[in-house]
Design a protein around this ligand. Structure first.
Ligand code: NAD
Length: 481
């Protein structure tokens, strides 16, 4: 192997060009730091593809397929209600996949352009931290050594593998495989009713697959507010998504192009045969072979890189952000950490509010929340008032033909400060930003109740939920008076 001891010296080297890493690199460069970003993700032609999991095989491609499948389902189930007559509606998976791939290409290419425009040096290859200030970049047979005053590790996460369901080329797959099916499987089993399982299960169910989701926990969407989770579970059941709680996979065997599963549902052994098995049981941080043992970076008890509130590791000058550190594995959390660390390196005071990171599940109905759930408030003994408003009583939702769900606001019983907002229904992913802004500015439910919201809009449901906290909702009977 050829070793060139290149004298490249950088103020900052970011390892990983996912939403945490590429944002960190751009912000560092904007702040005048000489910055490089190293990534070894390859597209199908072996060319560098920036954007990490989120852009290549995660958030963006899944949203593209969710949109295609949602439009199809709407056309076959509801379009006549709008006075539109379609005949012979059909779909073409190849076109859906091509559209998805085009969106991914445009966005990953967009990052490359942003790197150029901001003078970020893009390095293609695998980075290895040799010492606290030196990295080795390997690409094919080439190795080069670069130095950095600061290193930001943003290596992301990978799907958790389970022993009883080893991945195969095309039958037992992880989320990446499930985004690439070239035709609709007749029957799919998904392991894990988490965000990935629900989103991917929804895509293929809408296109006609029979989908069974096995979930080990007895509670559905345990991280969400349980009232909202129950409503979601009811809706998914109505749509035909067969979610079986308390169900743990025991074995999966591929036989004659199908997969035969044995699982235990409440201690009772059951069998199931499917055409595909999607394993979506969580993700694990990528911490392998990134630094030499002499660098002595510490991991926490769950195997994430140990960092403080400001994402600095135990080794001065080395930071870690995104899925590779504690906190929710969400692109927007990683991006904000990237900005925070860039500003800190540039000598600016920065911190981020980990209490107000919104979560979204892009199913239909969408589910989104920020702040505390009702069960969390109860467990910590915080007294609160709740207000809720159903989309069924919202004029815009009716006109849209999407009246499922509600907005729910939880406010401190003493101060009325908003502690949590939970939305299930149309455009929940967009509406939740209003809750984040309100809560960042320490709004009370009365503050929201006193503001003017445009009519007719879905946002009025947030307004009415705020009014409902004090029993003053106009278009529905409030839960409390
Ligand atoms: P998850 O942790 O959200 O859900 C995994 C589920 O699998 C859990 O409910 C768990 O109880 C279950 N499970 C684990 N082992 C099992 C077994 N042997 N049998 C049956 N069930 C089992 O993980 P995920 O859905 O894989 O997502 C990974 C990460 O990616 C999450 O942190 C998620 O937030 C993030 N993500 C977010 C979005 C979004 O923001 N919309 C989309 C996709 C992924």
């Amino acid at each position: 192997m050829k070793v060139t001891d290149n004298k490249n010296e950088f103020d900052v080297v970011v390892i990983g060009a996912g939403p945490a890493g590429y944002v960190a690199a751009i912000r560092c460069a904007q702040l005048g730091l000489n910055t490089a970003c190293v990534d070894d993700w390859k597209d199908e032609n072996g060319k560098a593809a920036l954007g990490g999991t989120c852009l290549n095989v995660g958030c963006i491609p899944s949203k593209a397929l969710l949109e295609s499948s949602e439009k199809y389902e709407e056309s076959i189930r509801h379009i006549n209600e709008y006075g539109i007559v379609y005949q012979d509606v059909s779909f073409d998976v190849a076109t859906m996949q091509a559209r998805k791939n085009k969106i991914v290409k445009e966005l990953t290419g967009g990052i490359a352009q942003l790197f150029k425009a901001n003078n970020v040096t893009q390095l293609f290859g695998r980075a290895f931290i040799k010492s606290t200030r030196q990295l080795e970049i390997t690409q094919a047979e080439e190795k080069k050594v670069i130095s950095a005053k600061h290193i930001i590790i943003a290596t992301g996460s990978s799907p958790v593998a389970i022993d009883c369901a080893q991945l195969t080329a095309d039958i037992i797959v992880d989320s990446s495989g499930a985004l690439a099916f070239d035709k609709v499987p007749e029957k799919i089993c998904v392991i894990g009713a988490g965000v990935i399982g629900l989103e991917l299960g929804s895509v293929w169910r809408r296109l006609g697959a029979e989908v069974v989701v096995l979930e080990a926990q007895h509670e559905f969407l345990a991280i969400a507010d349980q009232q909202i989770a129950k409503e979601a579970q009811r809706q998914f059941k109505k749509q035909g998504l067969d979610i079986r709680l308390n169900s743990r996979l025991m074995s999966a065997e591929v036989k004659k192009n199908k997969v035969e599963l044995i699982f235990k549902q409440e201690e009772k052994e059951q069998q199931l045969t499917a055409d595909k098995l999607i394993v979506a049981v969580g993700r694990t941080p990528n911490v392998e072979k990134i630094w030499h043992e002499s660098v002595e970076l510490l991991l926490d008890e769950r195997g994430f890189i140990n960092v403080d509130e400001q994402c600095e590791t135990n080794v001065p000058g080395i930071y870690a952000i995104g899925d590779v550190v504690r906190g929710p594995m969400l692109a927007h959390k990683g991006s904000e950490e990237g900005v925070m660390v860039a500003e800190l390196i540039a000598g600016k005071p920065q911190q981020m509010n980990y209490d107000l990171i919104p979560s979204v599940v892009y199913t239909d109905p969408e589910i989104a929340w920020v702040g505390k759930t009702e069960q969390e408030l109860k467990a910590s003994g915080i007294r609160y008032n709740a207000g809720a408003f159903p989309f069924a009583a919202n004029g815009r939702a009716k006109a849209l033909g999407n009246t499922t769900g509600q907005v729910k606001i939880l406010a401190d019983a003493e101060t009325d400060r908003i502690l949590g907002v939970h939305i299930i229904g149309p455009q929940a992913s967009e509406l939740i930003a209003q809750a984040v802004i309100s809560m960042e500015l320490s709004a009370s439910s009365e503050d929201l109740a006193m503001m003017v919201f445009a009519h007719p809009s879905l946002s009025e449901a947030l307004h009415e939920a705020a009014l409902s906290v004090s029993g003053a909702a106009i278009h529905a009977v409030s839960r409390k008076r």
